[in-house]
Design a protein around this ligand. Sequence first.
Ligand code: ADP
Length: 483
Amino acid sequence: MARKVRFVDVYVLLVASAGAVVVVWAGGRTDLRDAASSRGFWLFALLLLLGEVFPIAIPRKGGEIEYLTASTTFAIAMLMAYGPAAAILVQVSASIIADLVQRKSAWKVAFNVGQYALSLGVAGVVYQAAGGTAAVHASSLPAFLAAGAVFFIANVILTDIVLGVTSGGSLADFIGHDLLFQAQTTLPLLALAPVVIAIMDESLWLVPLVVAPEVAVWWGTHLALENARLAEELGGSLEQMTELARAKDDFVAVVSHELRTPLTSIQGYVKTMLQLEEDLPPDQRKTFLEAADRQSDRLRRLIEQLLVVARLESDVEPIALSLVSIPRLASDVVDELRPQARGHVFDLRSPAGLPSLLTDEAKVHQILSNLVENALKYAPADTRISVHAEPAVRGVVVSVADEGPGIPEDAQERIFERFFQVDQSATRRVGGTGLGLYICTKMAAALGARLWLARSAEGGSEFSLFLPERPPGSEGPAEAVSR
Ligand code: ADP
């Protein structure tokens, strides 16, 4: 498909070609040999090159960083002292070297050549037309001001056309907005050009001193930007820590509520038994003890769950691999949880010949237990809970489906988050911490497995767990090479 020709591409090509013509013209000038025989020429060329290679990074409003090249001081000084051809050739060579060092694209290199050649070219014409001379006198000030202004305007406008057109806004607005910033930063550098020439008249050795303030600015902005970056990083981690502290506060609130509930009821049974002592009929005493036992069990499980989360989050949980038959494991889980059923009917199904998987049995057991427990917790009594295992590509999918109330659509994404519960009220009908599904996803990830909510509506929910044949990374060399 032919690419649409954009205005900017044509423009860049035009500037680059016009610049190339000016460079060829400058190369053919005879006065270049005179200039090159002067030591000042080479000193200016060196300082100009340093200015190009080490641009001053200046932060702008909105966090953007603008690069200012201090080479302009010496480009204009060269133009005044040695003529436009020398200034153009040196500036263009330095720009190419700096762009290559900074790995800029060929287009950017060519455009910069064009931009410098054209702006210095017109500035040279203006300087000579206005009667500017190689030596600096008060009388050459108007010529310098005119040449400096033309160089500045041409340079800014040539670049702003590309930036403005590609920025998406109005070109005039862009130039208006950029011009003031460029004037504030570039004009002081241009003003140094006649100063540099005047100093050179005194002694060549004094010229590098002019660079000292520029180095100070370069170093200052470098430090300022580094500080800004550090402050931003610090702000980011502070935000993260605040978020973490908030999650911990939520955690403490939920956990203390969940821990207090069984503890209060255990204490209630024990206190009643202590108060009534002999007055309590034996069968009543047995009922109380059984209830206290159930609540202790709940408390123990909650504490265990919290310990699992702590281990999983600190990544110290080991993985113990063995060959596991998923239908057998699913049936064990259902058998263990049958006592918790309130008339629920279990529908266990799996095709014959389902391959065994190399996985961590205890973790898969815990995931399936959590899913079946949730089904028992949230689905009404006497409804059906299905646990189906099916073959999948390089693994097995186990699904746990219930006929419960389902999960509201806006909460479906969040149920796997730590501590998330659809019903967060203190009076919620069923106990829980919002840790179950979070633990399941963490464990699944450790096994290279995946857990997702396959379907959830008014009539029930279905969770699916894909378990791979073997955890990724556990292949022997032969399996790793073969397809
Ligand atoms: P909890 O300990 O609260 O059960 P989970 O992490 O296991 O925590 O589940 C998170 C939330 O997802 C639960 O609070 C519940 O609102 C919802 N949920 C999980 N499983 C089911 C299900 N089978 N039916 C309806 N809602 C469910």
